[in-house]
Design a protein around this ligand. Structure first.
Ligand SMILES: [Fe+2]
Ligand SMILES: [Fe+2]
Length: 221
């Protein structure tokens, strides 16, 4: 039988054959399954592992969501300043981080934290209010938050490495990559005069206390 040429009008069947490929319903063109077929998160072996993985994905998603809202708040104030492009650059990376965790939550059927509406507002207010102190305020906020997120990612990396580095290789790669980005953001903040803000240490400690609390509750609620 003559096969039709595959076109945009063709559709992919949901059938997953033994060779793990999808075929077009009309022309039988095989389609390699995208990354959805192979998640970076292994299928949990038991409820304990499931809880652990879900906690990790939920809190990381919450963190990236919050980070996005902080940068949105900073940009609302400083977009037209000389720091605008620099903040935008960091925000763009946060958007990619969030996109990845959105994807991982969906793939693994993990519900996001119930506190997203709170992080939506709190993140924006934190970003905007520190940016109102000027570029140095925004950068101080960035240093505080990014240091907290890097430490948080580092503790996850340690925990996963202790459990089974091979089993979690893919997930570890994602977390390590993001951790490196967060450390770059932290360093950028320091390079752009974060520490010259009057009351820098006080502000930094206060923000980091908030980050710790946010991490604690986002894992659980
Ligand atoms: Fe991030
Ligand atoms: Fe970041």
């Amino acid at each position: 039988m003559q096969r039709a040429t595959h076109t945009a009008l063709c559709s992919w069947s949901e059938f997953v054959g033994p060779a793990m490929i999808r075929q077009c319903l009309r022309c039988r063109v095989p389609k390699q399954l995208s990354s959805r077929a192979y998640s970076v998160v292994p299928t949990p072996r038991d409820s304990e592992e499931k809880d652990m993985l879900h906690r990790i994905l939920r809190v990381d998603h919450a963190g990236e969501y919050g980070a996005n809202r902080i940068y949105a708040g900073q940009m609302a104030v400083l977009a037209r300043s000389r720091s605008g492009p620099l903040i935008q650059e960091m925000w763009d990376q946060e958007k990619k981080h969030l996109e990845k965790f959105n994807e991982l939550l969906a793939e693994n059927r993990v519900r996001p934290t119930a506190l997203l509406p709170l992080w939506n507002i709190a993140g924006f207010v934190l970003g905007a209010s520190t940016a109102l102190l000027g570029k140095e305020g925004a950068m101080a906020c960035t240093v505080a938050v990014e240091e907290s997120i890097s430490e948080h990612y580092n503790s996850q990396i340690r925990a996963l490495m202790e459990k089974d580095p091979e089993r979690y290789t893919e997930l570890l790669n994602v977390i390590k990559e993001f951790r490196d980005d967060e450390m770059d953001h932290h360093d950028t903040g320091l390079e752009h005069d974060a520490e010259t803000l009057p009351g820098y240490w006080l502000l930094k400690n206060a923000i980091q206390l908030g980050c710790k609390a946010a991490i604690y509750v986002s894992q659980r609620i």
